[in-house]
Design a protein around this ligand. Structure first.
Ligand code: GLU
Length: 427
């Protein structure tokens, strides 16, 4: 709480880029990073703001604002999703781009970190309007993206269809079909098998390794999930047959709870029809805050940033928190959770399955040679497994928690590359 003019108490405002910078600074301090490298990585290399004007189906003309931020391209082309959201902002994009730099580095991928967004409300737009907006946005950022520059992917409220539109607009601009400009595309135009459920799959692999490390079998464990979009849904569909009891799920419209476990097969059918878990009559309803206070073993935040904060962190009873969303836990909340003995699987490790399979999609497009779904999954599993144990080794060495260790590992890898290139950077 910040005191203003002795009269008004103002809530501390959540700023994703400040959160991301704090996490980076802690790792930089532990590594005693040289100041020239520290400064290079503190700010994004490039921040582009664009405005797109389209005519809506009802004839109204509207202008939308979008961004593409490239945080670091030292280890390879920028990589990261594009989100469509009424709450998108430049600060959020900067944070998400930095998190992508650290995520690709934890996985040791030859890629950097970037992120894009358009401020809009997709549920209130038609397919045709979204196509127009996406193609205008692509045209506006065309000079800074490309298979060797920056490769977008899906994120909140964008999907394979959105990527197909970007691929189309970009291909027209360069004058030939260029599938490697985006990942998360439909299979018909060069997408990879296994990409759509990849983030959930990566979370599942991280949980399996954590369960080995902690000697904590997952069978029968009570799981609570915040967010039931692509990520929340795919991890639920993996943990349910594994024998976990999914006791609560919330999304933006509401939530459901059953202490004996939710039938995910039935729920998935319902959600496909209604687009929300809310109103699924068989179970009681529950809010996000109630879900966070539940007696559960594994908590999976799969929605947006900052949902676990200093107001609710000490209510969390889970043994493991596995972050499907980017930045779901604020720095203050993280401290409380670690203090309370919660094993945190941080976003830049836990949800890296998406970008790992994106990497596999990109290399398949570049070499025009495609893998079977089995091959994609095996490669993803091996890479996730290696990253998990790399982070454990750093955590042991620095006697620290998983998040700080993942940051140390990532910042170290990126800093090592910068050091090799020398002080005069390419950006
Ligand atoms: N949007 C996803 C993420 O935040 C995927 C990014 C990608 O595949 O490039 O990790």
């Amino acid at each position: 709480m910040v005191k203003l003019n002795n009269t008004k108490i103002q809530e501390k405002k959540y700023d994703p880029f400040i959160e991301a910078t704090m996490q980076y600074e802690r790792a930089a301090n532990s590594l005693d990073l040289e100041s020239w490298i520290y400064n290079r990585l503190k700010f994004p290399e490039k921040e582009l703001t664009v405005h797109m004007t389209i005519t809506r189906d009802d004839g109204k003309v509207e202008t939308y604002t979008g961004y593409r931020v490239q945080h670091c391209t030292v280890r390879g082309p920028g990589k990261g999703g594009i989100r469509y959201s009424p709450d998108a902002s430049l600060s959020e994009c900067k944070a998400l781009a930095a998190w992508m730099t650290w995520k690709t580095a934890v996985l040791d991928l030859p890629l950097g970190g970037a992120k894009g967004a358009v401020i809009c409300n997709p549920p209130a737009m038609t397919e045709g309007e979204l196509e127009k907006l996406t193609k205008e946005y692509t045209y506006s950022i065309k000079e800074i993206i490309g298979p060797n520059r920056d490769i977008p992917a899906p994120d909140v409220w964008t999907n394979a269809r959105t990527m197909a539109w970007i691929c189309d607009a970009y291909s027209r601009y360069v004058g030939h079909f260029e599938p490697a400009v985006v990942t998360g595309k439909p299979i018909e135009i060069g997408g990879s098998l296994g990409r759509s459920g990849a983030t959930g799959l990566g979370m599942y692999y991280s949980l399996l390794e954590a369960s080995k490390h902690l000697e904590y079998p997952l069978e029968g464990k009570r799981v609570a999930i915040i967010g039931y979009g692509n990520v929340g849904c795919s991890i639920a569909e993996l943990l349910y047959p594994y024998g976990c009891k999914i006791i609560a799920i919330t999304d933006i419209y509401g939530g459901i709870y059953n202490r004996n476990g939710i039938n995910i097969t039935e729920l998935s059918e319902y959600v496909t029809r209604t687009k929300s878990v809310s109103g699924f009559k068989k179970y009681d309803s529950i809010t996000n805050e109630e879900l966070l206070r539940l007696n559960c073993d594994i908590l999976l935040p799969c929605a947006v940033e900052g949902m676990i904060n200093e107001k609710n962190a000490d209510k969390i009873k889970a043994r493991i928190v596995c972050e499907g969303a980017n930045g779901p836990t604020t720095a203050d909340a993280d401290e409380i959770l670690v203090e309370n003995g919660v094993f945190m699987l941080p976003d830049i490790l836990a949800n890296a399955g998406g970008v790992t399979v994106s990497y596999l999609e990109w290399i398949q497009d570049l070499q025009k040679l495609f893998y079977s779904e089995e091959e994609v999954k095996t490669r993803c599993w091996k890479m996730m497994q290696k990253a998990f144990w790399d982070v454990i080794r750093v955590a042991d060495k620095y006697k620290t928690n998983m998040r700080h260790a993942a940051y140390i590992l990532a910042v170290q890898r990126v800093a090592d590359s910068i050091r090799m290139f020398g002080k005069i950077g390419r950006n």
